[in-house]
Design a protein around this ligand. Sequence first.
Ligand SMILES: [Zn+2]
Length: 385
Amino acid sequence: MNTQSKEKLVIFDTTLRDGEQSPGASMTKDEKVRIAKALEKLRVDVIEAGFAISSQGDFEAIQAIANTVTDSRICSLSRAVRGDIERAAEALKGANAGRIHTFIATSPIHMKHKLQMEPDQVLEQAVGAVKIARSLIDDVEFSLEDASRTEFDFMCRITEAVINAGARTINLPDTVGYSDPGEYGAMIKRLLNTVPNADKAIFSVHCHNDLGLAVANSLAAVQNGARQVECTINGLGERAGNASLEELVMAVRTRKDVFPVETRIETQHIVPTSRLVSGITGFPVQPNKAIVGANAFAHESGIHQDGILKFRETYEIMKAEDVGWTTNKLSLGKLSGRAALSSRLEELGIKFDSKEEFNDVFVRFKALADKKREIFDEDLAGAGF
Ligand SMILES: [Zn+2]
């Protein structure tokens, strides 16, 4: 095991902002506060709570979260314009620690077709926005939207200029999920080596999963010097979603020999947080989803089961309880009878109207127990018993 001292990797969760942009995932203010509290318990460093100017609802949700959460820094997104930035600052007033995250697109395709601006105008607006934000709050993050398709020389110029203007975090999103890990990692490394004041800021990544590479791209960036990752619970987010928090955190923790960083995430709260987000958004977690899927720690094949029973590490690289699967799982399994199942379900608050209904449940339980070595409370709750 590698015992060298590790650098801190900042976990920036954007479930409440980018995650909410998943079509159909909108949340009420109270639901957002509940999720924010769960993220705080998980010990997320920064919670992006919303986009203050986008709606009154978003503004109030950010305000409520800023007034409630104390252990995580609360962030609002804003475009690089004064009105947005001032609205973000206002929403964050009650925060113990706040951050304004301002952005502008920097790729030729976005500057030409979306912004209809020349690069020099974009640079000037970016610097102006960071200065306004810094006059209102001391922690400012700047994002070069569509960074992975931005010309490298322009990326360097704008990065240097916004750091000089006071940005403390520079985020280089793969906005359209187009990068591959080798290319993206190399881009981060080259940028860090080229920008003269790169040591004055933390470099961050925000990857989308259009090609299924969001986590791989983020981790490649971490290996090349990025020290903040933007991510969401269950990988929620625009289109195919963002990098998944649980996968990033557990990759870094499980492969300490590979990643030179550590997080402060209390991993035992991962599964409950995943369930909460899934319940509130109505987005189910696919059974084979890494870490938080119902089958993530299930062993189907007899050979695997035999190996696991003899020595867990034969087929398991993580412990289910370390990510929050409940530990009283041994109480139920293949050999459990009706009484054990019925009392456990009762403890979980699951009741039956008739004996026939319970008989049906027992048959399904046995079928599940045949497939899984351990039956977790979450399996019972999630299987519709
Ligand atoms: Zn995004």
